[in-house]
Write a protein that binds this ligand. Structure first.
Ligand code: 26Q
Length: 810
């Protein structure tokens, strides 16, 4: 939009007056922020109305991205940038004497996600709006996001994340769009005038109320919608008789149990299965979302048989997989279609993205629990399964073994991934390697049965948030150098290849990195009291804490360096700052012990004069989107060291690359594609390949204890975990020790150690060669455009959704 500074000031002052009866300088920072948010929302509202109108009127195909998680982070900055008024706003604030930094920091992160999967959903929203794809998000408005992490005495302590405590300026509650979601009860079939009717009785009703957030495209007129559902009691369900008898606790019980549904996001815990509340959450938002889609569809007056030509539903992992059965229910029970008609439409509409190959993480629900909570949905799944098993039986000439292996319902559990595959027309993995592993290992039976459904969509990240907004200096330099086309067409970044060996450009990119590192060092000093050296290598390992991501391998290399320094304090290494950030699932003991280990080691090393000037360890508390935006632009080294075959894609790897960090990586997930893009000169690889890992699992011929007994570096390190060296209780790190020795090191930490240590010393030697390092860094930035989620969304739109882009005219 076009607005000048003076007009903006008038609007803003008026907003503050109207909302709070205050003027700009006297208002609290919170009020200053809230008024700015409200003004931005006003600026979006005309385009928002037009977007909805024009989508409806044109009947263009719309996509709904169903996800239990949207890890949005903050929206102030990206909304201003996408509106094209960031500079105007900053200048106006300077005139008004309002500190911009302070205002930005008022906004609390919308942390409605665990990690990669949730952040991917948020990147996709930005890219759909920015590339003019008619696509919306559908999820849950959790009252509390992922827990806040505090570190106390080196341990992770979880604190509730009350992100709504100051309200949420971006959302609008849509009372009139509320729908009813039904749980429990009994279902039976009844013949009426020769028709079979489904009767559902004695159910519990929950009111689903949507809160809509505008998703503004970058400098275009598209404003899509993120619709998050909140669970409330139906008014008529309030227990007035208990209330009037003075039994307030009982009167409130129902309310409490219903509101629990959208109370809190579950942490990623593949360890605890069968939690009823999680299943309620899944069905709650899926049913609300599908009902609201059906309502808007009916308004367009198109025959139901065309539904899948106007609606696409993408399900983000299996968490929303009940959508398959819910759409069947709506089409048959509420719209009167036959099974066959409904099934054609359902599979034509639904598409499923798989984000993991770890068998223990595949979602399964106990039949007993499921059919009690969702009796009608269970009947439908049973029938989908009966028909599917029948097909498998016939295709494989009565091979019951095959039927058993592929059955959606098996061993008293419902396998949600299988339901998602059978009920969709598309199944995609999130990186080339991952998709190949799905096709040929984990889901090989299904690939054989439905080869046409399987496809790859390598993940991506929005380069607007992860470069343009979070690394402004670098973004400005890029624009100065190759023009600003890259912002709308990220592949243009490739033009930077012409400057990879340009000494002046190398110096400029290096200076920017140094400036970013200085800013960050100051932040660390004031927030953690730790002094770090901005000229040291910033070696960054930030992501969820998980054994397969192998933070432990990084720690072992640090312990090895430390042991060497203790023997030879003059050891010639480039000073390095090892930066970690990670949340562990609250019930994941091994992960929590690893956090304690990092903090214990940090305390020891950071205070030891022998090591202090050579290695430092920083553990960033409460790692999340906003901290990622701070740390990624400062990284020299990006740690992407998962056990090959385990990381479906990774997206942090792409963010670091885009900001000029050099990746130290295994050939896993999208690292493989980063390697293909930059070439072997511009990435540092190490470790077992996925095929080697898979062979070891298959042949069961890996012996961790052989390595422990023969490699004296490792022998020493592993012993140090349990011999008092770390000055803690000797049992403190026993779970880690046990995972390696008695439990035979499932993730090949010991096996890959030697090759990792070599890779790390290669990093050391490359970093000393400034011009080579800078060339590598620039190459990474130049090649990162292909990992923009604009490209990913373009592929989803063309190959899965069949949604043309749609220009909103004002
Ligand atoms: C399951 C059951 C109960 C409670 C929670 C969960 C749960 C929640 C979140 C299970 C998994 C998740 C999140 C998974 C995730 O983030 N996967 C990552 O997805 C990224 C985007 O595709 C990939 O880049 C990563 O490789 C993958 O690990």
């Amino acid at each position: 939009m076009v607005i000048d500074k003076e007009e903006f000031k008038v609007d803003y002052i008026e907003k503050l007056q109207n909302m709070f009866a205050e003027d700009a300088v006297d208002a609290s920072r919170l009020h200053q922020y809230v008024a700015l948010g409200a003004l931005i929302k006003d600026y979006c509202s005309k385009s928002w109305i037009e977007t909805n109108k024009q989508y409806g009127k044109s009947k263009t195909k719309q996509v709904y991205y169903f996800s239990m998680e949207f890890l949005v982070g903050r929206l102030l900055n990206s909304n201003l940038v996408n509106l094209g008024i960031k500079d105007v706003c900053e200048e106006a604030f300077a005139d008004l004497g309002i500190s911009w930094i302070d205002i930005e920091d008022i906004e609390l992160d919308a942390g409605l996600g665990n990690g990669g999967l949730g952040r991917l959903a948020a990147c996709f929203l930005d890219s759909m709006a920015s590339t003019k794809v008619p696509g919306h998000g559908c999820g849950i408005r959790y009252k509390y996001g992922l827990f806040k992490q505090k570190i106390e005495d080196g341990y992770q302590v979880e604190v509730p994340d009350n992100w709504l405590k100051n309200g949420n300026v971006w959302e609008i509650r849509k009372e009139n769009k509320a729908v009813e979601v039904r749980f429990y009860g009994e279902v039976y079939l009844k013949e009426e005038n020769g028709e079979t009717k489904v009767i559902h009785e004695n159910y519990q009703s929950v009111r689903a109320v949507p809160y809509d957030t505008p998703i503004k495209g970058y400098k275009n007129n598209t404003v899509n919608t993120l619709r998050l559902w909140s669970a409330e009691t139906m008014e008529e369900d309030f227990d007035f008789s208990s209330f009037s008898q003075g039994n307030y606790a009982k009167a409130g019980e129902e309310k409490y149990s219903v509101e629990a549904i959208s109370q809190v996001l579950y942490p990623d815990d593949s360890y605890e299965k069968g939690r009823l509340l999680r299943l309620k959450q899944e069905y709650f938002f899926v049913s609300a979302g599908m009902q609201s889609i059906m309502k808007s569809y009916k308004k367009m007056n198109i025959s139901l048989s065309e539904f899948h030509k106007h609606v696409a539903v993408q399900i983000n992992d299996t968490h929303p997989a009940v959508a398959v059965a819910e759409l069947m229910r709506l089409l048959m029970d509420e719209q009167g279609l036959t099974w066959d008609e409904a099934f054609t439409i359902t599979t034509g509409t639904m598409a499923y993205t798989n984000h993991t190959i770890m068998a223990e993480a595949l979602e399964k629900w106990p039949v007993e629990m499921f059919k009690k909570l969702l009796p009608r949905i269970y009947m439908i799944i049973e029938e989908i399964n009966r028909r599917f098993c029948n097909e498998v039986y016939h295709k494989y000439n009565g091979d019951w073994n095959k039927v058993n292996k592929m059955s959606i319902i098996h061993d008293e559990y419902i396998r949600m991934a299988y339901l998602a595959i059978v009920g969709s027309h598309s199944v995609n993995g999130v990186a080339k390697l991952h998709t190949e592993l799905l096709k040929h290992q984990e889901l090989a039976d299904f690939y054989e049965f439905f080869p046409e459904k399987f496809n790859n969509k390598t993940n991506g990240i929005t380069h607007r948030r992860w470069l343009l907004n979070s690394n402004e200096e670098l973004a400005d330099l890029i624009t100065e150098t190759i023009g600003d086309k890259w912002i709308k067409s990220p592949n243009e970044l490739n033009k930077l290849m012409d400057y990879a060996e340009d000494a002046a450009f190398q110096e400029k990119t290096q200076d920017i990195k140094t400036n970013n590192k200085i800013t960050f060092s100051n932040y660390i000093l004031s927030n953690y009291g730790t002094e770090i050296d901005p000229s040291s290598i910033f070696d960054v390992h930030v992501k969820r804490m998980h054994a397969y991501k192998r933070q432990l391998l990084n720690v072992f290399n640090i312990m090895h360096l430390y042991n060497q320094l203790r023997e030879n304090p003059n050891l010639d290494i480039v000073p390095r700052t090892f930066i970690f950030g990670a949340k562990a699932s609250p019930s994941y003991t091994l992960a929590k012990e690893t956090i304690k280990l990092i903090n214990t080691l940090a305390k020891k090393i950071n205070n030891d004069p022998i090591a202090r000037d050579k290695i430092k360890i920083v553990f960033l508390e409460n790692y999340g989107v906003s901290i990622a935006e701070k740390i990624i632009p400062c990284a020299d080294v990006s740690q992407q060291i998962s056990t090959a075959s385990k990381e479906a894609s990774g997206t942090g790897n792409m963010k670091f690359m885009m900001n000029g960090a050099i990746t130290i990586a295994t050939l896993d997930g999208a690292n493989v594609e980063i390697f293909d893009a930059v070439g072997k000169e511009n990435i540092v690889l190490f470790g077992l390949t996925s095929q080697e890992v898979i062979e070891y699992y298959k042949n069961r011929n890996y012996r961790a204890s052989d390595i422990y007994n023969s490699d004296m570096r490792l022998n020493c390190i592993v012993n140090q975990l349990v011999n008092g060296f770390l000055e803690t209780d000797k049992m403190e790190f026993m779970t880690i020790y046990d995972s390696l020795i008695p439990h035979n090191d499932e993730f090949f930490v010991l096996k890959d150690f030697d090759s990792y240590v070599r890779a790390q010393s290669e990093i050391d030697s490359l970093f000393r060669q400034k011009s080579i390092w800078q060339k590598m860094s620039i190459t990474n930035i130049a090649k990162s455009g292909i990992f923009s989620s604009d490209n990913t969304i373009n592929q989803y739109a063309k190959e899965i959704w069949d949604t043309p882009t749609f220009r909103i005219k004002l």
